[in-house]
Design a protein around this ligand. Structure first.
Ligand code: PGA
Length: 254
């Protein structure tokens, strides 16, 4: 944890959730009590189809919502795409970009991710730019180099803590129950902060929230969140259960 930074725990529902599942968001809101609010920010990123309703369900809770992806384009003939302005109009404050599922399943390059992050910023959304190495890359000793290259290619120029969140998500840890060691997370997050310092200047980099993501659960959250330079979590599977998501938030609040 970087003590001067208020941590953020963001839930990525992925392609899960129908109207009835807004009860999960309501459950999170119910447990986000006066003790938790000053210590940790929360965001829920439901599928785009639920964004408007989820934001409405969370009014008054101080829990933000976010999209899971956005178009690089502002508007026009792009069938099936959702623009950052549309997400903002539906109530979002955040937008995940460059998630590994987008990078691998949809062939998104660093340049695409950067364009999406810039589109999000333009719509006054806070992009959560995801980076992370594959299992092969880690085993080949290339994890740091891969992630630094992703940062150089994906992070918008001139970003500040008010316009950028970064999430380190090792691809091999997503949805697998596997997590890196605390020492590996510490090494990576320190390297990410240093690379951001080179890209954005030390002062800006010092305040950017660096989330860890990949099989974060109530049982491992405290250990992961206590690592230096970890300023919160990006949570997939466990964000679909209000009690688990809240337990992770509590671990993050310290
Ligand atoms: P997981 O997903 O928590 O289910 O591993 C994390 C993510 O993909 O953001």
């Amino acid at each position: 944890m970087t003590r001067s930074i208020k941590p953020l725990v963001a839930g990525n529902w992925k392609m899960n959730g129908l109207k009835a599942d807004l009860a999960i968001a309501a459950g999170v809101a119910k447990g986000y009590d006066a003790a938790l609010k000053p210590s940790v920010d929360l965001a829920i990123c439901p599928p785009a189809s639920l964004l408007f309703a989820a934001t409405a369900a969370l009014i008054g809770s101080r829990i933000a919502t976010g999209g899971q992806d956005c178009s690089t384009q502002g508007s026009g003939a792009f069938t099936g795409e959702v623009s950052a302005a549309m997400l903002a109009d539906a109530g979002a404050s955040f937008c995940i970009v460059g998630h590994s599922e987008r990078r691998t399943l949809h062939g998104e390059t660093n340049a695409t991710v950067k364009a999406k992050a810039e589109a999000a910023q333009k719509a006054l959304l806070l992009p959560i730019v995801c980076v992370g190495e594959t299992k092969d890359e880690r085993e080949a000793g290339k994890a740091l180099a891969v992630v630094k290259k992703q940062l150089r290619g994906s992070v918008p120029d001139g970003a500040t803590p008010a316009t950028l969140v970064v999430a380190y998500e090792p691809v091999w840890a997503i949805g697998t129950g596997l997590t890196p060691t605390a020492a590996d997370v510490a090494e990576m997050h320190e390297a990410i902060r240093a690379e951001l310092g080179r890209l954005l200047g030390k002062q800006a980099a010092a305040g950017v929230r660096l989330l860890y993501g990949g099989s974060v659960k109530p049982s491992n959250a405290a250990e992961l969140m206590n690592v230096a330079n970890v300023d919160g979590a990006l949570v997939g599977g466990a964000s679909l259960k209000a009690e688990e998501f809240l337990a992770i938030a509590r671990a993050c609040a310290g």
